[in-house]
Design a protein around this ligand. Structure first.
Ligand SMILES: NC(=O)c1ccc[n+]([C@@H]2O[C@H](COP(=O)([O-])OP(=O)(O)OC[C@H]3O[C@@H](n4cnc5c(N)ncnc54)[C@H](OP(=O)(O)O)[C@@H]3O)[C@@H](O)[C@H]2O)c1
Length: 371
């Protein structure tokens, strides 16, 4: 075929159908792309779709990416009323059926035999998520800085322990390569690595040290992004499972919304994670990778459980309902649900028993309240 065969489109006079399906005889888009300009494409729904107002012009890099891709039967419509065939197999599946699809039986991301990367997995929320995902049959790679902690959890979950600092790209790359060699390409990334640190902007007549601010932002925000980007680089090479390739779950904090006294750095870092969630999900939609974030309230993990009993009960009472600290299993249950529910994307979910943090809960002098 020469790429200019006619397409029948219901409701559109054939005289206005100017671009054909086919391209080369094997159905590639080469000819089609060379002969149609401008191409209209729907950014809102991630695929060609009527009505025409949903469609915007395809930019040059996207055209390049479409070169040689398979053409499907579906069309998009330009403002001029020209109808273009759509391209399947490039991440924005073009079939109209996609928009109508309600099939509950389509293959879904399930944990069984899926390779999962969890950072900060040697303790707290990361370790709890490792246990929950392993219980569902996932193959877990645990990343953190302290090997001993990781190995203890790895022994429990039958996983692989990989010591790496999330802010160090070469350490992280090496860990991801080892994880892949052991478990296959990871489909799920749970970013739990993080740490706090509390200090007023001006305290004891001295100003907040810049290094401390950089350090907290580095571990929580830059570390999260570093894991996300290196994880994706490997995942995009895999075939999708059903309609998706994989899932990223970040961990922010309610401090992203209500940072307390002393939490400028931590709140800024966690706010950054919340803010990157939607654009990262949009960036990765074309690769069918979802990105979500959990913003926990107060959870009973090592940074908090080392507080005094009095401080812990004060914190628990500050939660409207249930008036207690959350536990790792509750965090892990949400992570599992996010992994398995394909419609949750680009979202940050608070997990906090309705707490809205006041400027301060604990008195000065309480042990280093970090989250
Ligand atoms: N617990 C809460 O109430 C709460 C509330 C809101 C948000 N969060 C967030 O939840 C996440 C998990 O915290 P958690 O409560 O489970 O505390 P945790 O037990 O201290 O877990 C944090 C983990 O991150 C690891 N980590 C820290 N810096 C790292 C780095 N640069 N590279 C690699 N790993 C690093 C730590 O292990 P190593 O030091 O051995 O590396 C540790 O295992 C954190 O992001 C935290 O900010 C917790």
């Amino acid at each position: 075929m020469d790429g200019m065969a006619r397409v029948m489109v219901p409701g559109v006079p054939s005289s206005r159908v100017t671009v054909g399906v086919g391209g080369e005889s094997d159905g590639t888009a080469m000819t089609f792309l060379q002969r149609t300009n401008p191409l209209d494409w729907c950014r809102t729904c991630a695929g060609p779709k009527t009505p025409p107002r949903h469609h915007t012009r395809l930019r040059s890099p996207e055209k390049d990416r479409l070169q040689g891709q398979k053409i499907s039967k579906r069309h998009g419509t330009s403002r001029a009323g020209e109808v273009y065939v759509a391209i399947a197999g490039h991440g924005r599946e073009a079939s109209q059926d996609r928009h109508r699809e309600t099939d509950r039986n389509r293959p879904k991301m399930q944990l069984k035999d899926i390779a999962v990367l969890i950072t900060g997995a040697g303790s707290g929320l990361g370790a709890a998520t490792a246990r929950a995902m392993a219980a569902k049959g996932a193959r877990i790679a645990l990343i953190g800085r302290t090997r001993k902690k990781l190995e203890e959890v790895a022994a429990e979950v039958g996983g692989v322990a990989l010591a790496a600092d999330v802010t160090n790209s070469s350490e992280l790359e090496a860990a991801l390569a080892q994880a892949e060699a052991a478990n296959g390409v990871a489909r799920i990334l749970v970013n739990c690595a993080g740490s706090g640190g509390s200090r007023r902007l001006i305290s004891d007549n001295s100003v907040y040290p810049l290094e401390k601010f950089i350090d907290i932002v580095n571990v929580n925000l830059i570390g999260t992004f570093n894991c996300l980007r290196l994880f994706c680089a490997r995942l995009v090479t895999c075939e999708p499972i059903g309609e998706e390739r994989g899932v990223i779950i970040n961990t922010a904090s309610v401090a992203a919304y209500e940072g307390q006294i002393g939490q400028t750095a931590y709140a800024a870092a966690k706010g950054g994670i919340v803010s990157l969630t939607l654009p990262a999900a949009r960036d990765l939609a074309i690769h069918r990778i979802r990105v979500n974030t959990i913003a926990p309230g107060l959870f009973a993990t090592p940074p908090l459980t080392k507080l005094s009993d009095a401080a812990l009960s004060k914190l628990g009472e500050a939660v409207p309902h249930p008036a207690r600290l959350g536990n790792g299993e509750e965090f892990a249950a949400l992570a599992l649900h996010i992994a398995e529910n394909p419609m949750i994307n680009g979202e940050t979910i608070r997990l906090d028993g309705a707490i809205r943090m006041p400027p301060r809960i604990l008195d000065v002098g309480d042990l280093n309240f970090r989250f």
